[in-house]
Structure formats: structure tokens, C-alpha cells
Ligand binder design. Structure first.
Ligand SMILES: [Zn+2]
Length: 520
């Protein structure tokens, strides 16, 4: 072969070489396993990594590990995180701006997944569904692509099972208040028989009166049993047990159609909220998470094979240290009362615009202002004060909040809805977290370390301790180049990356990029 022919051939080959993203059908994963650890700070990998021997060790050694992955939206709470991971959508477009928010149409506070148009299955209770999720997920697009198989979400928490799975999922399963696996009529008219059979075994009963890492559980019939169980690794054991059973019963990963299973472990979150993060139980919890993730990956690998399994590990948000622990180390922080702030705003609005009912809701950084603050006076037949614009109320509320101690930044709806809104990374996180339908009219960010909680600790802020979480992709060498990636990336990049790896359409609200630095 002469040189010219060779060059032409090489050129032709390189031109027609498929991109890493354009996978041949046989290279497509049979199973995508997304694992979420609720309230897992990135630094848990650094603190406890040397002691890992299970799944986290394997992911750290064999995966593409992103060391600087953040939520680029606030509030950093469970529903927002779980809605973002597989949609790539920030609250500004996802329709899920909080765990709970004020629904102006309904005139009341709602949970992200409560749905009065569906019924609970497995236990009495309020129906739940992904109806408020305004965007598609990776699972939804997988189904629409024609390459998709089954899509499931499993967690202790309803929102953590429902939101990652998406609207077209085959099912989401979570734990009811009495320890049963539950779901809703969004997915099917009745629980599958194998789920009913599992519930009949009373899976949580074996943990009545049991001790875990120095935490003593009450007896099974004690009314606090399930709340206390959730703070122990035994709750994660139940989630794992059910996820393993589901993989088997639904035959996940067994054929060329790509199945997707999202598993979210919640015990880390319950433990952290109640006890803080600097307790010996948190080490025990992370060692348990490491062991459970190992069993989950082993089972998934047995079903799909090493080369047809793609795993993503992340968290839904981080968490602050307890203010008292920060104070002991000379770091800033403390506790404030949100109701004091609400009262100050009410008083300032009364003084400025006449007595009325101005603040109709607050929580998760949002304060909601009434559109008709003088309605009660009108209804009583009294002469109401002069009408007041929303923007004028926002101004007074924001000015009042800015004067309060430990308030770092205040934003108004008018500012956040302006196309001219700019600012630094914190400002952008607030903007990305602001949803015109569900968010409040005044958004408040407190100084780092300050929280509205009388004891324990919490999360929800745009600060790094809440935004910085683990992100690891693990899969065959044809999809994932193992290593450490230190550039800043966003959790809303996961969905675009998975869409590229699976060769499917981007979820509709995807705001991120493909993490092409880890593509082989
Ligand atoms: Zn959470």
C-alpha cells in the first residue's frame, strides 16, 4: 500500500470513527444504577475513605471521581437535590423549588410530591406522585428513545424515590409510616403481588428493641419506633433489601434494553439532623453505607455484567456542622428564629401600608407575601388601606430583613425575575433555585453557619458545606475514564452526561453540560 492510500484510509477511518457518545447498541449499558446518599458531605470521603472496604472503596479506586461537584442552586434540600440529579434541571425550571412550598393556586403549603388526585397504596395516607415535576428525567428519555427498559426509584423517603425516577417510571417505592413498602396509583392500580408478599413478612419487625452503634431502638409497638429506626443504618438495610429484591423480581439488567434503578439511602440525613455530624455514629453510618453500596453494586453486576453496568454515586445536599461545634472551634455560626424575622417583616409592612395580613408563608429561604393583604378589612366592610403593589411590599420586607443580624443577602422577586440579574456564585445559586411559581417573594440567605433550628443541625443554604457533595461515575472503560477530576462541576451536569453515555435525548430542562473530561 502506498503512502497516499494509507493516508487516505487513515483519514477516512478517523472521519467515520464513531464518537465515544455514539455507542453501538451492544455497548449500551443494560443497567444504570444511580445511588444517592442523603446528606452526604463530600468530605465524608476524605474523613472515612481510608476505612472503606466495600462499594465506596471500589467507586473511589475504579471510578471517575469529581472532587469539586456542587449544587449550583439553593435551597439545598432533599426534594430539590433528588429532582435535579436525573433531570439536570435547577428549581428555576424543574417545578420543585423546595421540600415544601406555598401553592398560590391552592392557597396552602404543599409538599413537593403530595398529590390529591392519586391514592396511596400499601398504607393509608396522602397520595404522592411526580406531578409537580415540570421536566423529563433520564429515565423518561430512556423510555422515549426506544432503547429503554424499566425505570424504578426506591428510598425510605417518598420524594427521594419519586423525583429521580421521573413521570414515566414503572414505579417508585418508599417506606410508609408503619414500615410497609408503599407507592401510589400514579404508577398502577395496586401494588404488585411480590411487594404485597414482602410487606406481609413485616420486614422492619426484626429491628424492634435492637441497638445500633450505641443507639437503642424502642420496641416495635412503641410509637417512636419508626422515627428512631430512620436514624440508624438498619433503615438503609431495609432499603437495600428491597432494592435487591426488586432487581430480581423485575429482572433488571438482563437484556439489551437499558433499565434504570435509582436507590436513595436516607439514614445519614436523619442521623445528621438529630445528632450532628461530629459523632461516632456518623463514622459507623458511612462504613455501613460503604458496605451496602458494595452489596448493591455486586448484585447489579451479577445481573448486567461488569461491562454493561453504569453506576453514578452522589448526594442530594451536604450539611452544616452544629453551631455549638463550630463555636468550640472558633468558627462563625449560631441559631436564629425564623418566626422573629417573619414578625419583624409583618410589623414593618403594617407600619408602611396599614394593618393587614402580609406574610402568608415562609420556609427554606422563601418568604411569601399576600397579593391581597387587606382582604380581611374588605370582608368586614371596613374601609381598607390604600392598595399596595407587590414590588412596594417586597422593598419594605427586604429592607427590614437586611437590617437583621446574621442576614447575609436578601433578594426580591422583582430582582430575581429581571433578565439583568447577575452577581457572584451565591447570587447565581439563589437565581437557579428561584421558581416563579413556587418560590417566595423575598429570598433570604443567612451568614455561613447560621440556622433556623433549635437543636441538631441542618442544610438548605447556598454555602459550600451544603452544596459540595460526592460525584462518582463508574462503568466499563468504553464509557468512563477512571481518575480524579478536580475542576468545578455541577450536579445538574449528571443528566447531560448520562444522556450522552446512553445516546438518548437530553431531559427537557437539562441545564448542564456533558462531563466530557471523563469520556475515554
Ligand atoms: Zn436530603
Amino acid at each position: 500500500m502506498n503512502m497516499r492510500v494509507l493516508t487516505r484510509l487513515l483519514l477516512a477511518t478517523s472521519l467515520f470513527l464513531p464518537a465515544a457518545s455514539a455507542m453501538a447498541a451492544e455497548e449500551r449499558p443494560r443497567l444504570v444504577l444511580t445511588i444517592v446518599v442523603d446528606q452526604m458531605r463530600y468530605d465524608y470521603l476524605q474523613r472515612f475513605g481510608a476505612e472503606f472496604s466495600g462499594g465506596l472503596k471500589r467507586l473511589l479506586e475504579e471510578g471517575a471521581v469529581f472532587t469539586n461537584a456542587h449544587y449550583e442552586a439553593a435551597p439545598t434540600v432533599t426534594a430539590v437535590g433528588h429532582a435535579t440529579i436525573l433531570s439536570g434541571a435547577t428549581p428555576s425550571v424543574s417545578g420543585i423549588p423546595g421540600n415544601a412550598f406555598y401553592d398560590r393556586t391552592a392557597g396552602r403549603q404543599v409538599q413537593s410530591i403530595t398529590d390529591v388526585d392519586v391514592s396511596a397504596l400499601g398504607e393509608e395516607g396522602t397520595g404522592a406522585s411526580p406531578r409537580r415535576l415540570a421536566v423529563s428525567t433520564v429515565g423518561d428519555e430512556l423510555k422515549l428513545s426506544g432503547h429503554g427498559g424499566k425505570v424504578f426509584g426506591v428510598s425510605m423517603k417518598d420524594r427521594s424515590a419519586i423525583l429521580p425516577a421521573g413521570r414515566a417510571a414503572d414505579a417508585a417505592y418508599w417506606f410508609g409510616d408503619r414500615g410497609n413498602i408503599v407507592s401510589s396509583t400514579w404508577y398502577f392500580p395496586a401494588l404488585p403481588q411480590w411487594v404485597q408478599d414482602y410487606n406481609a413478612t413485616q420486614p422492619a419487625a426484626r429491628f424492634g428493641g435492637v441497638e445500633w452503634a450505641g443507639l437503642q431502638l424502642p420496641a416495635l409497638n412503641d410509637e417512636d419506633f419508626y422515627a428512631r429506626l430512620d436514624e440508624t443504618a438498619l433503615a438503609d438495610e431495609l432499603v437495600l433489601e428491597f432494592a435487591l429484591l426488586l432487581m430480581e423480581q423485575e429482572d433488571l439488567g438482563s437484556d439489551a434494553a437499558t433499565d434504570l434503578l435509582s436507590v436513595s439511602f436516607s439514614a445519614t440525613d436523619y442521623l445528621g439532623h438529630s445528632h450532628g455530624i461530629d459523632v461516632p455514629q456518623m463514622r459507623a453510618m458511612m462504613l455501613s453505607v460503604d458496605e451496602k453500596i458494595g452489596r448493591l453494586i455486586d448484585a447489579a453486576q451479577q445481573r448486567a455484567g461488569r461491562n454493561a453496568l453504569l453506576v453514578v454515586l452522589t448526594a442530594d445536599h451536604g450539611v452544616a456542622r452544629r453551631p455549638e461545634d463550630n463555636a468550640a472551634d472558633g468558627l462563625p455560626g449560631g441559631r436564629y428564629e425564623a418566626r422573629d424575622e417573619r414578625r419583624a417583616v409583618e410589623e414593618a409592612l403594617d407600619a408602611a401600608f396599614g394593618a393587614g395580613d402580609y406574610v402568608i408563608g415562609s420556609g427554606e429561604m422563601s418568604m411569601y407575601l399576600s397579593r391581597a393583604p387587606h382582604a380581611a378589612a374588605v370582608a368586614d366592610g371596613a374601609t381598607p388601606p390604600a392598595p399596595v403593589s407587590r414590588a412596594a411590599m417586597e422593598q419594605v420586607a427586604a429592607a427590614t430583613l437586611r437590617q437583621l443580624p446574621k442576614v447575609a443577602r436578601v433578594y426580591t422577586r422583582t430582582e430575581l425575575e429581571s433578565p439583568l440579574f447577575g452577581g457572584d456564585r451565591i447570587d447565581q445559586r439563589v437565581r437557579n433555585g428561584f421558581n416563579a411559581l413556587g418560590s417566595g417573594d423575598v429570598i433570604v440567605v443567612h451568614e455561613p453557619g447560621w440556622m433556623n433550628r433549635p437543636a441538631g443541625t441542618t442544610h438548605g443554604s447556598p454555602w459550600a458545606y451544603d452544596s459540595h457533595v460526592p460525584l462518582i461515575f463508574w462503568g466499563p472503560g468504553s464509557l468512563v475514564e477512571p481518575g480524579r477530576y478536580h475542576g468545578a462541576v455541577a450536579i445538574h451536569d449528571i443528566a447531560a452526561t448520562l444522556a450522552t453515555l446512553l445516546n438518548i435525548a437530553l431531559p427537557s430542562g437539562s441545564m448542564g453540560r456533558t462531563l466530557d473530561e471523563m469520556l475515554p
